[in-house]
Design a protein around this ligand. Structure first.
Ligand code: HEM
Length: 188
């Protein structure tokens, strides 16, 4: 079975060249030249060396918010990561505030979708943008973010991706984001 644990290691090695690191909100991450992505427990730490600038981990998990009809639309429209044309990518680690986590599940869902239309907005960008969401909160390692979001796309679709980010970042959901770093990548 494929492991649900993914490690993202910023340093001098890896298949992705880091083209920019920009703090959207809160503290940034140190500069790194390359990103190495490792799936599973295995030898993730082999990638760690004195050249490692940051090491972030997250696990894929069950859906929290999607309804059945939304899920069906997503499955019908979404593309997998790793298409040959998807030579550009973004890793966007996100932390949400204590106020977000103090809400109940139904309050969060109402804010996430009924008010902020996260899924409705995102859906318009499928299948051009492929994505994978990793959760960090329940890991034993004390992680600095709550989520690691990863997206890949063809270079020509990067402006489209940026338009989606503008829309998402102007929602009330994003007023609960207290740390966000936008890391852009290019396949080596
Ligand atoms: C969660 C869809 C783009 C950040 C979700 C969920 C869906 C979704 C369905 C809920 C998963 C669940 O039920 O647990 C999409 C689609 C996108 C997109 C279709 C279009 C490509 C983005 C972007 C970002 C982002 C660009 C970040 C910059 C997140 C985060 C969560 C999330 C942080 C977790 C929210 C939470 O649990 O509080 N997304 N999304 N998404 N998405 Fe997106």
């Amino acid at each position: 079975m494929n492991s649900r644990l993914f490690s993202f290691c910023g340093g001098l090695t890896g298949d992705w060249m880091v083209t920019s690191i920009r703090a959207i909100c809160g503290e940034t991450l140190p500069d790194a030249e390359r990103l190495h992505i490792h799936q599973g427990l295995g030898n993730a730490h082999e990638a760690l060396s004195s050249d490692t600038k940051w090491f972030l981990r997250g696990v894929t998990s069950n859906d929290r918010y999607v309804t059945r009809p939304e899920k069906e639309l997503l499955v019908a429209r979404q593309a997998p990561l790793g298409r040959a044309t998807a030579t550009h990518a973004a890793l966007i680690p996100i932390r949400k505030s204590a106020a977000w986590w103090a809400m109940t599940q139904d309050e969060r869902r109402a804010l996430f979708e009924e008010e902020s239309h996260h899924i409705k907005i995102g859906m318009d960008y499928l299948p051009a943008i492929a994505r994978r969401l990793h959760h960090c909160r329940d890991l034993e390692s004390k992680e600095p973010f709550d989520f690691l979001t990863f997206f890949d796309f063809a270079p020509g679709d990067e402006p489209l991706f940026d338009r989606m980010l503008e829309k998402l970042r102007s929602t009330r959901e994003w007023s609960f984001v207290d740390r966000e770093v936008d890391i852009r990548l290019k396949k080596v």
